[in-house]
Write a protein that binds this ligand. Structure first.
Ligand code: 0O2
Length: 208
């Protein structure tokens, strides 16, 4: 794929990303009214040319424009970092309800964590991009997770993911233990948050 073909390829994916990002902003503002927000931060990226070509190679395909468009669903990617597990569930539910989005695929690594301890909620959403020439759905990979899940995944990605190492098994055992500790810490925070919400509700009930 030439550089020019790569740039032609990614333009509508960038548009799809922006459209979905706007949806997430609206949900963030509206999900709990203006009292609190479920999203801590949003990160997004368009897959680099070299990563597209590498992935197609791993799939035994040529790194062409057409193969990328036909076979890859993660050219556009959004990572939504929420405060609590409950926020992740609600956000996924709200996205599923948006009738003009197509739910292509969903993977719940929170209910069913990967054996290495990876936890995250993944969706591939198709979003319609209107342009002068055509109207087409483009896939966007959405990863929704909590701050704790993101901390673990970012570190594991850096240290271990898809890497060969002598003491890999030992590291993996330790990382699994970290994942369990982080889950426990998050549950603790979630409990305090619920107490907080109940207290606020009680006070507002009293003053009304
Ligand atoms: P990278 O380096 O982040 O781009 P796919 O390979 O996406 O077509 P798959 O494997 O079914 O299909 O997708 P899945 O399981 O939903 O994983 C997609 C992405 O989630 C991965 O992209 C990673 O970013 C992340 N992910 C999945 N498993 C792990 C894990 O064990 N550890 C970490 N740190 N991240 C994970 P890529 O393209 O594999 O990798």
């Amino acid at each position: 794929m030439t550089n020019e073909q790569y740039y032609d390829l990614i333009v509508p994916y960038q548009d799809a990303l922006n459209l979905l990002k706007a949806r997430l902003d609206v949900l963030n503002h509206s999900m709990y009214g203006n009292k609190s927000h479920p999203i801590h931060n949003i990160q997004f990226r368009i897959k680099q040319k070299a990563s597209i070509e590498e992935k197609l190679k791993r799939m035994d395909l040529q790194g062409s424009f057409m193969n990328a468009k036909e076979h890859l669903q993660d050219i556009a990617g959004i990572r939504v970092i929420c405060y609590f597990e409950k926020d992740v569930e609600l956000l996924a539910e709200q996205l599923r309800k948006q009738s003009d989005l197509i739910l292509v695929k969903e993977k719940d690594y929170i209910t069913n964590p990967k054996p290495n301890g990876y936890r995250s909620f993944h969706m591939i959403l198709g979003i319609q991009v209107y342009s002068m020439e055509s109207t087409e759905y483009y896939p966007v990979e959405v990863q929704i997770r909590t701050i704790g899940m993101d901390f673990w995944a970012s570190m594991e990605h850096r240290i271990c993911y898809k890497q060969e190492r002598d003491n890999k098994e030992e590291i993996q055992r330790e990382l699994l233990r970290y994942a369990e500790i982080l889950k426990e810490i998050e549950e603790g925070f979630e409990g305090y948050n619920e107490q907080n919400q109940n207290e606020k509700a009680r006070l507002s009930h009293k003053t009304n």
